[in-house]
Write a protein that binds this ligand. Structure first.
Ligand SMILES: CC(C)(COP(=O)(O)OP(=O)(O)OC[C@H]1O[C@@H](n2cnc3c(N)ncnc32)[C@H](O)[C@@H]1OP(=O)(O)O)[C@@H](O)C(=O)NCCC(=O)NCCS
Length: 201
């Protein structure tokens, strides 16, 4: 769940990629206004565009988003409104660890934030058949990403589950001097979203 530090953000700005500009006004992202579905390769470009729009997430190659849609679509989710991707959550179940979901990136378009969309997407995704054995969620978050930290603390609270924060990927592991903040590992669980017990909407 990489987000860029200031030095990298400066480079992004120099390369004229958009940063935190508001998206087009599409109205409130109420549960009625937005549809959720698993992506396929055809949604890869939309997810890539949204990552570019956030200006803070690591923008990986377009190929990576196409590949995730094609091969990991069942453990990813897109939220669409009027044909436009307003949000996505992307991750996978690590081989041999059926009870764990690793969430790699989650993004919500600028104009749609603060309306509970990320919370709803992750809850919806983890209730799908591909995640039926999932009892733990892992993700990594940089210390400066307050919105994301709040999102996962809020999920742990809703699920009445323990949250442990440990070292994820230390800054020294990334290439280039101080090119990337350290990533803290957020480990939430156990929880049981399929039983619905104790899950607050
Ligand atoms: C992080 C992000 C996905 C949150 O999406 P969202 O739809 O606005 O999140 P929600 O509305 O579901 O809010 C979840 C919680 O975070 C809090 N929150 C959301 N944005 C916040 C912000 N900017 N500052 C502080 N808290 C914030 C909400 O109040 C809510 O808290 P609660 O559960 O205690 O009520 C969104 O801000 C985003 O796309 N950021 C850019 C990409 C990014 O950093 N992704 C995460 C790393 S991969």
């Amino acid at each position: 769940m990489a987000i860029l530090n200031q030095q990298v953000k400066d480079k992004v700005q120099k390369s004229n990629l958009p940063t935190q500009k508001p998206g087009p006004v599409l109205g409130k992202v109420t549960p009625q206004a937005v549809s959720f579905h698993h992506p396929d390769a055809s949604e890869g470009a939309g997810m890539w565009e949204l990552v570019k729009e956030t200006g803070v997430l690591d923008l990986n190659s377009a190929y990576l988003y196409l590949m995730m849609g094609r091969y990991y679509g069942q453990t990813c989710l897109v939220a669409k409104q009027n044909g436009k991707v307003r949000g996505f959550a992307m991750g996978f179940i690590p081989p041999g660890r059926d009870d764990t979901y690793f969430l790699w990136q989650v993004g919500v378009s600028t104009a749609a934030r603060g309306q509970g969309l990320a919370t709803r997407m992750i809850q919806h995704l983890l209730k799908q058949p591909a995640c039926k054995n999932v009892r733990y969620l892992e993700t990594t978050i940089t210390p400066s990403n307050e919105a994301s930290r709040k999102l996962f603390k809020g999920l742990a609270r809703r699920w009445d589950a323990e949250l442990k924060i440990q070292t994820g990927f230390d800054a020294s592991l990334f290439p280039g001097h101080a090119a990337h903040e350290s990533e803290d590992l957020f480990y939430i669980g156990p929880f049981d979203l399929h039983a619905e017990k104790g899950v607050k909407a």
